[in-house]
Write a protein that binds this ligand. Sequence first.
Ligand code: NAD
Length: 305
Amino acid sequence: MAGKVIDGNMLAEELSEHVHEELQQLRVSGARPGLATILVGDDHAAAAYERHVRRLAERLECEYANEHLPDDAELADVLAVIGKLNADPRITGILVLRPMPSGISEPLVYRALDPYKDVEAVHPENAGLLAQGRPRFVPSTPASCFYLLDAYLRSTDREPESFYPGTTLVVVGRSDSVGKPAASLGLQRHATVVTCHSRTNDLAAFTRQADVLIVAAGVAGLVTGDMVRDGVIAVDVGIDPIKDPETGKVRFVGDIDFESVAAKAEAITPVPGGVGPITDVWLIGNAVSAAAAALRVEPRFGFTT
Ligand code: NAD
């Protein structure tokens, strides 16, 4: 079996049209959705992601601002910036880029966010609502996994509502930003969910049970073909840098060994071109939804469900 490759770029393009349209509609109602990012220090990956989000916001005509603090910024400096953005009516969504310098407590930063602008659902109130199955915001990466899965199921004439009950969803990774919310979203859809992590013994014994597999471990090629069953639907969240020993050039691969898993899968997402492009659009979609909520306008596109 050669698995169908799910085209995240195409789905992201469709989604960005919805977001753009929603944004234009909101402007007519007087709202101006705006996203702000906070970058502390000079982490290469975080800075690259900031530039990427900025370009996408410009393309979708969403107001955008970045607050860049130096490497030696202290918690109080970050909290002051958050206070300013919380109070700024032009900003409807705030993303704190990770990693932050090690001296800054992420939980304290997240707690300071206005929960109505916390588009990645990292504030305990939003994380709690998500865990209880009634999210205010669905964080962009796990949301993208299910957006892509649901789109694939519909393209094969299966309704997601009736597909997930009875299926086994295995999530590899338990980070607060990806693994845990992905497991919550799976439970919300009535899948039987198994979460694996770095202290799981015999990972393959669990991944082989998966009808749907979401891997977010940050380990290049962690899941190989012998670790999955025939017909699995595999979603690869990983974006792992690999340095070519000869040229020194860095390229990015996923957590799934694409060739061997694709040979057994019903469907699989590539890296790049799978989850990543949808994530970026979803983030801006959440800032747009937050603007709609502030205006008490029902968003036509369901980012908050
Ligand atoms: P993280 O480091 O916060 O968490 C990784 C998780 O994987 C941990 O829970 C850990 O226990 C688990 N893990 C690590 N090694 C493992 C192993 N050998 N076996 C089983 N579990 C293991 O990372 P994260 O922020 O959740 O990101 C995970 C990956 O997803 C990274 O490659 C990251 O770059 C990528 N990512 C992609 C997107 C996207 O839009 N596509 C967004 C966020 C993160």
